[in-house]
Design a protein around this ligand. Sequence first.
Ligand code: NAD
Ligand code: TYD
Length: 360
Amino acid sequence: MDIFVTGGAGFIGSNFLNLLVPRHPEHRFINVDTLTYAANLKNLVSIADRPNYLLERVDIADRSAVREVFARYSPQIVVHFAAESHVDRSIHAPDSFIETNITGTFNLLEAFRALPAGTGKLFHHVSTDEVYGSLGEKGLFTEQTAYDPSSPYSASKASSDHLVRAYHRTYGLPAKITNCSNNYGPYQFPEKLIPLIILNAAEQKPLPVYGQGSNVRDWLYVEDHCEAIWAVMEKGRLGHTYNVGGRNEKKNLDVVKTICSLVAREQGVAEQTLLDLIRFVPDRPGHDQRYAIDASKVIAECGWKPKRDFESGIRDTVRWYLQNASWVNDVRSGEYRQWIETNYAARQTQSTRETTGGTP
Ligand code: NAD
Ligand code: TYD
């Protein structure tokens, strides 16, 4: 079958392709990606020359380009990863989140719906647990939890989930949705907490922790997420949502301290030297306190379970970033540097205002 993998050059999409292209020579995987700042074709060198892998540079927000690529391949399956994915960016500049995450998903659904009758077998929508908003100290997100997104990012993903579900109910479009917790692992762009802290610690730069670092995230190793998506694609029920998570709840400050300890060990420096780099910076507006996933439905129905515990996953992730300097240098040039300046300079100004009580 021909499988469109949108956003296949990003963090999760490239891990998905690296895992599944060699395993399934009977399928042709077509990576449909416009290659934003978050994409990196170096993520895909190990599969780039495989006969069952292709790249199509297409912006999913461009309706006619989407129509054209669907007409050319008539894919039976779409796995939709493409998105603007960083919450802080969505707070600074929401526009591209609306265009890619909402309009882009709409364009894909319309193109899928227009395929010749009987062609489209599955539209698998990859989404996030952030659509459910924030948990208090107790409880887990289930598939029945009401949507309550807090950021422009999560609101745009919630909108896309609603569109996918509506297309299933209204037009009978064969769709499935997975909502997953925070991923970590190789190829994650270093604007997200885990790679950012690893790389800053390795260079003994300040380690920015929002608020008091008490927010909780439920971390899942990226390959476990990819395996879950494939398991749902194969065994999940059409029209259903599956929550995916590894029951690895950690406070941000504890994650940062764990990374300090691992980087210190790898580099032979004193752990305290790295812990002293932790800086509590002004909090993210609308910062969700806690995410935690009840994954019992995907476990029971699709036979999936996570293989990696946090201890081994984070150790290997730290090693991966320390050992892949050329990948790191590549992504840290240009756009990344500019973003770091916008985000953390704004926080610096905010912090000065708060401490001096000055006017905005
Ligand atoms: P990412 O930011 O690393 O990669 C996004 C990819 O989408 C990039 O390759 C980018 O070029 C592509 N893209 C962006 N806009 C596009 C457009 N208009 N047209 C075509 N391609 C475009 O994101 P990620 O972390 O790999 O996340 C992938 C998906 O998984 C997203 O839908 C995200 O909401 C979801 N998700 C992520 C996490 C996480 O922890 N990272 C957790 C749960 C769900
Ligand atoms: P992030 O990796 O941006 O993922 P998400 O916002 O999708 O959960 O952030 C993970 C957590 O880490 C989140 O609670 C915000 C926090 N955080 C920091 O404390 N410092 C940082 O520099 C970043 C980027 C995030």
